[in-house]
Ligand binder design. Structure first.
Ligand SMILES: [Zn+2]
Length: 155
């Protein structure tokens, strides 16, 4: 892993999260996350809540991922269904804990599968979980802008 130890605050750099102030309560009309106590979280909005699309749903609408996770290798391709089931499990847990961290799409090619996400953390979380269960290795490359990341896992 090349620059995985680097610490940065994605919210400070991510243009989708930069305009982070909303009247409270605010609800996202697409996913129904609520903006409360300064951040987006799952919950129920009271009647008459202000409506603003959350940063994750804006990325989904714009089809502009923040994260890319590429999965490949002989072991992966021999156990693709198992590995992808694991990807879904980790992604569901991540989304539950962090409403803005979501898988956008999973595109299956003949040799590789590309998972795109709304945030820069989910690709690495998934790769770490896959490494624990299926071994292999992964590397993390941040974009120069630091609000995009590409993770490659091979096994
Ligand atoms: Zn939303």
């Amino acid at each position: 892993m090349r620059s995985g130890q680097r610490v940065f605050d994605a919210r400070q750099h991510d243009p989708y999260q930069a305009a982070g102030k909303h009247p409270e309560p605010t609800v996202c009309p697409d996913c129904h996350a609520i903006f409360h106590a300064g951040h987006w979280q799952w919950g129920s909005a009271p009647d008459g809540a202000h409506q603003t699309r959350c940063p994750a749903c804006r990325r989904i609408r714009d089809k502009l991922p923040a994260g890319w996770l590429t999965l490949g290798g002989a072991h992966f391709n021999a156990h693709r269904a198992d590995v992808l089931a694991h990807v879904h499990k980790v992604a569901a847990r991540e989304r539950e804990e962090h409403p803005l961290n979501r898988v956008m799409a999973i595109e299956e090619g003949p040799d590789e599968v590309v998972v795109t996400t709304t945030d820069v953390h989910t690709p690495q979380r998934i790769a770490e979980a896959l490494e624990r269960q299926h071994h292999g290795e992964f590397e993390v490359q941040y974009g120069h802008d630091e609000y995009s990341v590409r993770v490659h896992w091979r096994a």
